[in-house]
Design a protein around this ligand. Structure first.
Ligand code: NAD
Length: 280
């Protein structure tokens, strides 16, 4: 059965590196600071923001959570992002999703200064990533690649299939896999016969947000499966997009929780320290 592609060990080593970097910066008078702008009362988002700000403080990064309320209008969000972008003491800015109804992250994230866009949300960052220019990739996409590298999974010349095409996860993950010379396909909600495509994958990345979407019949024997999904199961626990039966077929599988999630958080912190180092 599948090797468990754990993310917690990798996340710990990234956090140790980040803590050392933060301490060094503080020693020269630069206090790394992350700002998280929140305009939702979504429970999952609240849980995530608390865990992120706790993780930041534990590695020596100050974290300001700017609560605008679930009924914040786009102009308030925009002014907040512009104010933080112009604040020299802030090195990383995250616009938390979900946003109020009718407000799209890609419309507002353009107001996050590119050099502080530690979660790669600004369309400019997405364009630079696609063009192969320096930019912060969305932390989740970067986490998928770091996890594959950490476990020694080869990518060049291999078939990679990404299920999901969101701006924050699916698309940038496909870009990063392409940069590493994988042959990449992207599936989405309009894909006919998902299993026909996913069974071609040496490396299968699933980022949809539906419990049990990918089952054993979707996976080639020995394939590496990365489960990005974080869904709340009926019993309140955290569940991925990949059915447990996949473990009997796959060669490797990331757990949920304990796979992509902790690496994502650690990389957001790493991007913040990197930003403080270059612009502090
Ligand atoms: P999204 O809703 O923006 O995008 C979902 C994508 O799935 C869309 O591109 C859609 O076309 C596709 N899709 C929907 N139904 C499908 C189907 N039946 N078959 C194939 N494709 C289908 O979601 P997102 O923001 O990309 O997040 C995806 C999942 O990843 C969610 O569970 C989210 O909670 C999780 N997530 C996890 C992390 C992490 O750090 N682990 C970070 C971000 C998001």
């Amino acid at each position: 059965s599948a090797v468990v592609l754990d993310g917690t060990g990798l996340a710990r080593s990234i956090r140790e590196r980040v803590a050392a970097g933060a301490a060094e910066l503080i020693g020269v008078g630069v206090a790394p600071r992350l700002a998280v702008v929140v305009a939702t009362d979504d429970e999952g988002a609240g849980w995530y923001v608390r865990s992120l700000s706790g993780a930041a403080r534990r590695v020596g990064i100050a974290c300001d959570v700017v609560e605008l309320g679930a009924d914040a209008d786009p102009e308030t969000i925009r002014h907040t992002l512009l104010r933080l972008s112009g604040d020299d003491t802030v090195h990383g800015i995250i616009l938390q999703t979900p946003l109020p109804d009718g407000v799209r992250v890609e419309d507002l994230a353009a107001d996050i200064a590119a050099e502080k866009d530690v979660d790669g949300a600004n369309p400019l960052s997405a364009g630079r990533l696609a063009a192969g220019l320096p930019a912060y990739p969305p932390a989740t996409a970067a986490a998928v690649l770091d996890l594959l590298d950490h476990h020694g999974i080869a990518l060049a010349g291999r078939s990679a299939v990404v299920v999901g095409r969101s701006l924050v996860v699916g698309k940038p993950t496909a870009q990063l896999l392409l940069q590493r010379d994988a042959t990449v396909s992207i599936c989405h909600r309009h894909t006919k016969d998902l299993a026909q495509h996913t069974r071609e994958a040496d490396v299968l990345v699933v980022a949809v947000g539906r419990i049990g979407l990918v089952r054993a019949e979707h996976v080639a024997p020995g394939a590496i499966v990365v489960d990005v999904g974080t869904n709340t199961a009926p019993d309140g626990s955290l569940a991925g997009d990949v059915d447990g039966g996949v473990a009997a077929v796959a060669g490797g599988l990331t757990p949920v929780p304990g796979g992509v999630g902790p690496v994502t958080t650690a990389l957001l912190l790493e991007h913040t320290v990197r930003s403080a180092r270059s612009h502090g």
